[in-house]
Design a protein around this ligand. Structure first.
Ligand SMILES: [Zn+2]
Length: 203
């Protein structure tokens, strides 16, 4: 009798234990934000100026898309015609631009340090001379005429021109745009901010 009771206790304990484990697994998978069990990044929407003076822009590769090797895509690609003016997404200071022609594989980039404390990175800027596709353009055709490192810019100022420098030649002219919160390396998905900025411009 004792053995029978012990046996039935074990028999019921197993399904109960299994149910508890399943419940815990389900709870952690469906945890509400803030419970600490699972962190679901909430999309951050920064108030910026849409960084292209183009009415029609095609969003393609987005944040987190795979790249060669283990690299992940840290920004948003936006296709539009070559020479489309590229605009300062925020008021701030030109932190870095290329002062001479970069190696072909690197291309022209621009880093803007916003007064909001965030960094805005632009790349694949134009590297062609006017009327040509020669990959031989000087910095004055990549950036707004006369722009220098350390210059102050206002949100919406023209800072550069769309191109296909760096490894973009095989895809065609587009702007690769990144937002880093507070410091370099803190990249967020810029798409929600870009979509909001585009919607605000169209209003
Ligand atoms: Zn890109």
């Amino acid at each position: 009798m004792t053995r029978l009771l012990a046996g039935s206790t074990i028999a019921t304990a197993r399904p109960v234990r299994l149910a508890v484990v399943l419940c815990l697994a389900l709870l952690s998978a469906c945890a509400l934000p803030g419970s600490g069990a699972v962190t679901v990044p909430r999309p951050r929407v920064m108030t910026i100026v849409f960084p292209l003076a183009a009415d029609s822009v095609r969003f393609t590769s987005g944040f987190g898309d795979g790249r060669d090797g283990d690299r992940l895509h840290k920004g948003q690609d936006m296709f539009c015609p070559r020479w489309t003016p590229v605009l300062a997404a925020a008021s701030g200071t030109v932190d870095w631009i290329s002062t001479k022609r970069p190696p072909k594989e690197k291309g022209y980039s621009l880093l803007l340090r916003g007064d909001d404390g965030n960094l805005y990175f632009y790349t694949h800027l134009n590297n062609d001379n006017p009327g040509r596709k020669d990959d031989a353009g000087e910095p004055r055709y990549a950036y707004a005429r006369g722009l220098k490192n350390g210059d102050r810019v206002a949100a919406g100022d023209v800072v550069a021109y769309v191109g296909d420098s760096g490894n973009a030649a095989k895809w065609g002219p587009h702007l690769h745009f990144e937002i880093h919160i507070g410091k370099w390396g803190n990249a967020i998905d810029p798409a929600p901010s870009l979509q909001a900025a585009l919607a605000a411009r169209r209003r």
